[in-house]
Design a protein around this ligand. Structure first.
Ligand code: BES
Ligand code: MN
Ligand code: ZN
Length: 521
């Protein structure tokens, strides 16, 4: 992570190449912004007047300070209507400012976070504390400044300009402790997100199931996490015919990665996170068309997010027990690959008629969900880039959520809203369950033509494998890649890490998330 420094200094005395001020949608500059504007001879007021800058979300105005203060440049960034500003507004605004500062070749960026000032600008029902605001800002900045450039050679002298230091500036010494705590938390969270993004971005000839397993082991060794990896033999013994069936078309050996973090009480039931990790999805014998097939290197996003989340939870030392389960395979059309019509026997004993080898995610998740039950979890959350249909329904604006436990879904939705990683619930009815029944086996992995409801049908298939465990399924096919957000550069998003960390934090506090409170629990 980029070095973050905390300072308490008078605004005009702070030396920096780029001083960022957050500005809400007011009629004209007020407070300290007014003082700066006066010192600069009114460029801000004139921008407001001409409507070139009005504080609208993510609007920017970059001004040269012309020696009127110690900062060389002032960058205004909009955060929207006063009393309606959210953490997400701040995160995005910080991301916008960071990318602009980096593109402008500044090496350092300072965010001015006046104690108490931002609080005034916020909603009535939810006041953001200085600490929360600082965390959102630091998070947005770190996440926006992420780059994946491991495979690109740079000529000497052609190195791209990078921000080397983020400074959080306060007007009060006593607020520094809050800022420090906030910035440390933000760094740990951003590290988890960026780890997930790295794993998503690596091509499939690097990020194989074995590579994911090795990475998980390394992370476990650095933190208080136990890592076990089940190979083909062990999975055979467990009867994981569904997972192993998908692996058969590839020379890459499959892996079931198990990460156990025990930060909670000894006897407390854990929360299980299950992440689909198909390191490349060709579709198998039901081969995908070539256009954009390269993007299927991200079909392990669920697994990447699970690893990123466990690392974050461990580095934050959350008082909770969490198990991560990552079934990992490569879906290839090799000579031994399963073929349409083949029947697999899953660990649960249920038989599955594979009518489309491209519906492979649900096949590997089926066995992982059965395995999850061994930990007697109090909740199971699976994340998977499962269906193209969720992209049709929700684009990359939200992930789909479905499951068998409304309270769990509500709590996840609340965490999604807070972190800007939105979830949208889709139905899962008995009528859908019926469409998963096969004529000659217990289940079939795709519904008959014309049934539609692709995302729900994916979840309906998983449901019997989740059994009576409280379970939620997040379809992240649309949100894992190519999100258009100021703090998400092109490509991998790491979507899900911040949502899950927030959810687990609430659970660690006793599950008193906002939605739970609303329902009087
Ligand atoms: N990995 C894909 C889903 C996907 C599509 C992820 C686009 C990211 C972007 C999944 O394995 C798949 O192929 N799903 C099929 C299911 C169908 C055969 C029932 C799909 O959505 O077309
Ligand atoms: Mn597929
Ligand atoms: Zn897939």
């Amino acid at each position: 992570m980029i070095k973050t420094t905390l300072k308490s200094e008078k605004l005009f005395q702070h030396k920096t190449p780029c001083l960022v001020l957050f500005c809400s949608e007011d009629k004209k500059p007020a407070g300290e912004l007014k003082k700066i504007d006066q010192a600069l001879n009114g460029p801000v007021a004139s921008a407001f007047k001409d409507k070139r800058f009005e504080g609208k979300p993510n609007q920017t105005l970059l001004l040269n300070a012309r020696g009127s203060m110690k900062a060389e440049n002032v960058l205004l960034v909009g955060i929207g209507k006063p009393k309606e500003v959210t953490e997400e507004n701040l995160r995005q605004a910080a991301g916008t400012a960071s990318s602009l500062a980096e593109a402008s070749q500044f090496k350092k960026i300072t965010f001015y976070l006046p104690d108490g000032e931002l609080e005034k600008a916020l909603t009535k029902d939810k006041k953001l504390s200085t600490g929360e605001a600082a965390r959102a800002v630091a998070e947005g900045s770190h996440l926006a400044l992420y780059h994946f450039h491991q495979y690109k050679s740079v000529e000497k002298g052609e190195e791209p300009s990078r921000i080397e230091e983020i400074i959080l500036l306060s007007n009060s010494k006593s607020a520094l402790a809050k800022l420090k705590q906030a910035s440390e938390r933000a760094s740990k969270i951003a590290e988890g997100v960026c780890l997930a993004r790295d794993l998503q971005s690596h091509p499939s000839n690097t990020a194989t199931p074995t590579y994911l397993a090795e990475t998980a082991k390394k992370i476990a060794a650095k933190h208080k996490i136990i890592c076990k990896v089940l190979g083909e033999k062990e999975m055979q013994k467990l009867g994981m015919g569904s997972l192993l069936g998908v692996a058969k078309g590839s020379h890459q050996p499959p892996a079931l990665i198990i990460l156990e973090y025990k930060g909670g009480k000894k006897n407390e039931a854990p929360i299980a996170i299950v992440g689909k990790a198909v390191t490349f999805d060709t579709g198998g014998i039901s081969l995908k068309p070539p256009a954009n097939m390269h993007e299927m290197k991200m079909d392990m996003s669920g697994g990447a997010v699970t690893i990123g989340t466990l690392q974050t939870v461990a580095s934050l030392k959350l008082p909770i027990n969490v198990v991560g389960l990552i079934p990992s395979v490569e879906n290839m059309p090799g000579g031994s690959a399963i073929k349409p019509g083949d029947i697999l026997t899953s660990m649960s004993g249920k038989t599955i008629e594979v009518l489309n080898t491209d519906a492979e995610g649900r096949l590997i998740l089926a066995d992982a969900l059965s395995y999850a039950a061994r930990f007697k979890p109090r909740a199971v959350i699976d994340l998977a880039t499962l269906t193209g249909a969720v992209i049709m329904a929700l684009g990359n604006f939200a992930a789909g959520v479905l499951g068998n436990d409304e309270k769990l879904i509500d709590n996840l939705k609340a965490s999604g809203a807070l972190t800007g990683e939105r979830l949208w619930q889709l139905p899962l009815w008995d009528e859908h369950d019926k469409e998963t029944k096969s004529n000659i086996a217990d289940l079939k992995n795709i519904a008959s033509p014309g049934v539609g409801a692709g995302t729900t049908m994916g979840a309906a298939f998983l449901k019997p494998f989740a059994g009576d465990q409280p379970w939620a399924h997040l379809d992240i096919a649309g949100t894992s890649w190519g999100a258009k957000k100021p703090y998400t550069p092109k490509g991998a998003s790491g979507f899900g890490v911040r949502l899950l960390v927030n959810f687990l934090e609430q659970e660690a506090k006793g599950g008193k998330s906002k939605s739970a409170k609303k329902h009087g629990k």
